[in-house]
Ligand binder design. Sequence first.
Ligand SMILES: Cc1cc2nc3c(=O)[nH]c(=O)nc-3n(C[C@H](O)[C@H](O)[C@H](O)COP(=O)(O)OP(=O)(O)OC[C@H]3O[C@@H](n4cnc5c(N)ncnc54)[C@H](O)[C@@H]3O)c2cc1C
Length: 305
Amino acid sequence: MSGIYVYSDNFGLSAALLSLAAQSGEEVCAITLDQDQADELVNYGADRLLVLKGDSPRPESYAKVIAELLKKENAELFLVGSTARGRELAAKTAGYLDCGMVSDAASLVFEVGKIVTTRLMYGGSVVQTEIINSLTVVTVPVGKFEAAKNESKKGVISSLEVKADQRVNIIETSPIKKEGIDLAAADKVVCIGMGLDKPEDIQIAQDLAQVLGAEIGCTRGIAEERHWLPVQSYIGISGANVKPSLYISMGVSGQVQHVVGIRDSRIIAAVDSNDKAPIFKAADYGIVGDLYEIIPLLTEALRNA
Ligand SMILES: Cc1cc2nc3c(=O)[nH]c(=O)nc-3n(C[C@H](O)[C@H](O)[C@H](O)COP(=O)(O)OP(=O)(O)OC[C@H]3O[C@@H](n4cnc5c(N)ncnc54)[C@H](O)[C@@H]3O)c2cc1C
């Protein structure tokens, strides 16, 4: 078997997947539905770029076509960017191929005769290692791997006329109404937890956030039980994943379901009155104490700094 194939409907993720695949030393082929994306991806280390030309804008409707292609070309690995569409395409392709699938790999290492992946299980409390030695579909989340330009290799672009699976059609589309901010993109996050007594106290967090230029996030209970902030504001396994340069929490105990969503933060700082709160295990800096005393002092100190 040979050849690594990559696909993502997100350009940055496609570029990162190409850079990752290039580490294998195998031939790397990027699959795309978009000629413009192919023209740009040429600089990221692909040997080949294949533009699928079909009559559907939905990537998942090409799963069968891609599965047949991977089989015909004796592919070794299909890396798919873990977007909503990418996950659907990956699952369908693995289904058509009747092969294994690794969802949301946290790491992927090419070794002699095998590929070793890890991913988090059970809300992040366990790391599962999987060894791949036959064609497998692997989805890769955004932000796990860096894209690096490779000007020394210029991929050859070709196109293929294909027939999309038309059994599912789009009747109507409407944008998702988003309240609040895009936490996943925030560079700094101030996070409030159930340690806050009343909704007016969010002002304490807002003052700190204003000094830092941070966005406000929260734990699930604040959004879903107390309804103090919109549901898009909560962080964790069933909420948003954040990867800011700085995350500061106040009154957040740090249960695993929350910590899963903050793992990729560069610096984690926590203020909690319970010195045994699990958040201190995840934190780089911790202050044990009453948030109502500490946070205003911290805000003032930062304001004067
Ligand atoms: C299937 C499932 C999925 C879940 N998904 C998520 C998720 O995505 N995100 C999420 O956040 N949660 C999630 N949860 C809930 C999660 O398990 C925790 O219950 C939740 O994260 C706890 O929120 P908290 O830290 O705000 O509250 P608590 O655990 O109640 O912690 C409050 C903290 O505030 C401290 N405190 C109290 N008063 C003060 C004070 N004056 N000064 C300083 N500290 C003070 C306490 O010491 C305590 O540590 C999920 C749960 C389940 C079962």
